[in-house]
Design a binder for this molecule. Sequence first.
Ligand SMILES: C[S@@+](CC[C@H](N)C(=O)[O-])C[C@H]1O[C@@H](n2cnc3c(N)ncnc32)[C@H](O)[C@@H]1O
Length: 270
Amino acid sequence: VSIDDEITAHYELGQEKDRLTGGRGRLEALRTRELLARWLPPAPAVVLDVGGAAGIHALPLARQGYRVHLLDPVPLHIEQARQLDTGTLRSAEVGDARMLPYADAGADAVLLLGPLYHLTERADRLAALREARRVLRPGGVVVAAGISRWASTFDLVDGGLLSDAWFADVVAHDVATGIHLNPGRRAGFFSTAYFHRPEDLVAEVAEAGLEPDGPVAVEGVGGFAPDIDAVLDDDVLRERLLAAVRATEREPALLGASSHLLVAGTVPGN
Ligand SMILES: C[S@@+](CC[C@H](N)C(=O)[O-])C[C@H]1O[C@@H](n2cnc3c(N)ncnc32)[C@H](O)[C@@H]1O
């Protein structure tokens, strides 16, 4: 099993370590942690962070007392995670979501926060979900992330990119096909990916034999806040924004308006 070399080349730029530290990425990280806290069993549960990059979620979870194993196909991410780690991770290794190096039924939770949107073939996404199911105990939970079909459309209209004809073409392709490409591998833009309709992400989790809960909006309506860093820096405004996001996080009419979506899937039987 090997991943698309365009995806590897994108992540070898090394930007993933800092992606969630400002702007909408900061809201994505805050909300992802909030949703993980709801879905994960308590520490010291065994958590496999598959596609966990440089440990943005794995390291804080390990510090909370979870027994965390990190897996990612990009060697640079694993090197970065090892450098950032202070001995808290149980393991950190190179690997692919479709073929996990873990035993059957040994984990309490699997995070798939990345692999599903980098696998453009539905059969590959289902293979990753079935692998997660295999390594989980009965009652264990997968938390799977998708990118909304319209995420790049929001970037087009909101990110000062309307004058960029190349990006407008990329977005038109995303909306028409769900397959996001970066022709010419332009730096600063995302790599090959699949952008889900919310209902398709849930259907894939169910088809893999997991009991789905969601989708839940990650940034949700909060992604539309102007000057999001100023909002997140202010205790009152941040809580007001998060309350607005929570109040609408499962509203079907708004789900596709969230750049990222999460679905939890529980292994039947307990
Ligand atoms: C945008 S990053 C997200 C990282 C982190 N999980 C987070 O939530 O911020 C997507 C990650 O998925 C990883 N990835 C891509 N294809 C994968 C595959 N087939 N199996 C496992 N991970 C994969 C990439 O290497 C990258 O680290």
